[in-house]
Design a protein around this ligand. Structure first.
Ligand SMILES: Cc1ncc(CN)c(N)n1
Length: 220
């Protein structure tokens, strides 16, 4: 049997994919031991990721070639705008992160990188380019979240970040993204590979930035 297109892309992204999935941030999330200031920094950056991610879902809806796919993206955009956004707001409150703290925190380099690659993918108007970035963002998160040992940590800030990326709806969406890229990607392999590999590197950079000196300062 020939290897699926997405599996080939994932293999090409190694060892970066595995370094991201097995990152220190992920293992500390499993055990609920990420210090609050580190989690706060990560979530402030990731809430900005969510903003550009929603634009990318809009681009997916615009560039998709079937009604079924558009409906699927629309439903998923609803989940991200609802449950996931509410999680961020509850987590900020629990961690004592105020709107002023968020406004005063600059974008980290990988956040800027994600905003830029998502804009770039949207501007290509290529469904495969958009799907390549989405496959990494959702597939890589499902990969680490589905490996989380049970029981999950007690603190909801840690536990819900895992369950948001390891549930039936998310699994089905990840499978849908994979099937779509397996269907349309082989016609444009270079563009798919380029966006896929750059997105995997950004995922690793995003986790690394959390532990970089000075990125998660103590707030007064
Ligand atoms: C950086 C990043 N990548 C992926 C995901 C999963 N949507 C996320 N929340 N943040």
């Amino acid at each position: 049997m020939t290897e699926q297109f997405t599996e080939t892309l994932k293999q090409a992204s190694e060892p970066t994919w595995t370094k991201a999935v097995e990152h220190r941030f992920v293992s500390e999330l499993y055990t609920g031991t990420i210090p609050d200031k580190v989690m706060a920094f990560y979530l402030v950056q990731d809430h900005r990721f969510l903003d550009s991610f929603l634009s990318l879902l809009g681009a997916a809806m615009a560039s998709a070639d079937t009604l079924d796919a558009r409906l699927r993206f629309g439903r998923f955009a609803g989940t991200v705008s609802g449950e996931e956004n509410t999680y961020f707001l509850r987590a900020f409150e629990s961690l004592g992160v105020t709107p002023e703290d968020r406004a005063a925190t600059p974008d980290a380099e990988p956040t800027i990188g994600f905003q830029s690659i998502m804009r770039e993918a949207a501007e290509t108007r290529s469904y495969a380019a958009v799907l390549s970035v989405l496959n990494v963002a959702e597939g890589l998160y499902y990969d680490w979240a589905s490996r989380a040992p049970k029981p999950l940590p007690k603190n909801f800030v840690h536990a819900e970040w895992i369950t948001l990326h390891d549930n039936l709806e998310f699994l089905q969406f990840v499978a849908f993204l994979r099937d779509e890229l397996d269907r349309v990607g082989p016609a444009v392999p270079e563009i798919s590979r380029d966006f896929f590999l750059r997105a995997v590197s950004l995922e690793l950079d995003f986790f690394n930035a959390v532990y970089e000196e000075g990125n998660a300062p103590d707030r007064p």
